[in-house]
Design a protein around this ligand. Structure first.
Ligand SMILES: Cc1cc2nc3c(=O)[nH]c(=O)nc-3n(C[C@H](O)[C@H](O)[C@H](O)COP(=O)(O)O)c2cc1C
Length: 353
């Protein structure tokens, strides 16, 4: 693959019943054609409490291969438990939106997948990577790496429940002794999984230690479906290196996009043209944050919205090196009008170079 960006085509496609991969196309099952609309597939990672609808909408507006919802517990979604259906809500007009489901029981996973598809999800992603104790102790997320037979039952249930493509997100394995992502990937491909994302760490590493992009290349060798590399990609340099080492077909960015919703589009464009610049200037930055803030308040209502917006404001202010005192004033403010009025000063140190 041309990693200097010269050879990458503008449109990357997900399509076709039989997975066929060319250098510049991602083709996945079930006759769905998704034109990523960017020069190289850079996907937004699902992040609980972060990649909610307002954030996905913002990232998608800049341009992203795919934006994936926060993980949604399948049973909670089907039973309509508080907040779960909101997590799966798609912004009108988001073409490249995936809903990620987690769970241990085939019945709930299949039902939740049907609901997400009915609501317009263009892809269903299955979570087999979450390392959290609460999830793993319920035998879902990365715990499924210890029980591939059951993992495959879940995959079959979801793939057979929907017409849209189904992808899988997992890790290299459970721990250093059980690096079995390739086995899972091979079997998942046979069951109709359309694309696999690998976070280059094991479950027992959680988010610590160095990410192992090179180990993702073993998964890539094992299957014919697209493999997406994930973990510690924060800019074009790390994106290029992750791609070189993993030999992946695309990359997925999570934490690096916090406070920088344009990052995915920026990376994607740089693969095509190193001189491309997608970074907003000061006034645009203020406008983006103000719109994001108002969208959060509208989506969650003022009380919850004020609280949830703080982490995003914090990331925006990290990026802009906002002085501590002003930062604290903004994060403690109870009045949206006061927050909005403070943004131009908070972001005056922003340098888009
Ligand atoms: C706060 C947080 C929440 C996350 N939630 C999810 C999730 O809901 N589903 C999932 O598959 N991965 C989740 N992840 C893992 C990310 O999708 C991603 O694999 C990981 O952060 C590594 O990528 P990054 O270094 O680009 O952030 C989460 C990570 C973080 C930091």
């Amino acid at each position: 693959m041309g990693l200097n960006g010269e050879n990458l085509c503008t449109d990357v496609l997900l399509t076709g019943k039989l997975p066929i991969i060319s250098r510049h196309m991602l083709r996945v099952s079930k006759n769905l054609l998704i034109n990523f609309g960017t020069s190289f597939p850079v996907l937004l990672a699902p992040m609980a409490g972060i990649t909610d609808m307002p954030f996905r909408k913002l990232v998608a507006r800049f341009g992203a291969g795919l934006v994936v919802s926060e993980m949604i517990a399948s049973k909670d979604m089907v039973l309509g438990r508080l907040g779960s259906r909101e997590k799966a809500k798609l912004a009108y007009g988001i073409e490249h939106s995936a809903v990620q489901l987690a769970g241990r029981e085939t019945h709930w996973m299949a039902e939740a997948a049907r609901m997400a598809e009915a609501n317009g999800a263009k892809l269903i992603d299955i979570n087999m990577g979450c390392p959290a104790k609460k999830v793993v102790s319920g035998y879902s997320g990365s715990a499924l790496l210890k029980d591939l037979d059951h993992a495959l039952d879940l995959i079959d249930a979801v793939v057979n429940a929907v017409k849209v493509p189904v992808s899988l997100k997992t890790r290299l394995g459970w721990d250093d002794r059980l690096h079995n992502a390739s086995d899972l990937a091979r079997r998942a491909e046979d069951s109709g999984i359309a694309m696999i994302t690998i976070h280059g760490r094991t479950r027992c590493q959680f988010y610590k230690g160095k990410v192992n992009w090179a180990a993702i290349s073993k998964v890539k060798k094992a299957v014919n479906i697209p493999v997406v590399a994930n973990g510690d990609i924060v800019d074009f340099t790390t994106a290029k290196e992750a791609l070189r080492q993993s030999r992946g077909d695309g990359i997925m960015v999570g934490r690096g996009a916090c406070g920088k919703p344009w990052l995915l589009a920026e990376i994607s464009k740089k693969f095509k043209d190193m001189t491309a610049n997608n970074v907003p200037d000061n006034s645009e930055f203020c406008r983006i944050v103000a719109e994001h803030y108002e969208d959060i308040l509208q989506f969650y209502g003022k009380d919850l919205g004020l609280r949830l917006a703080r982490k995003h404001l914090g990331w925006y202010m990290n990026v802009c090196h906002t002085p501590l005192e002003l930062r604290q004033t903004i994060l403690r403010a109870e009045s949206p009008a006061k927050v909005l009025a403070s943004l131009p000063i908070a972001f005056e140190r922003w340098n888009s170079e």
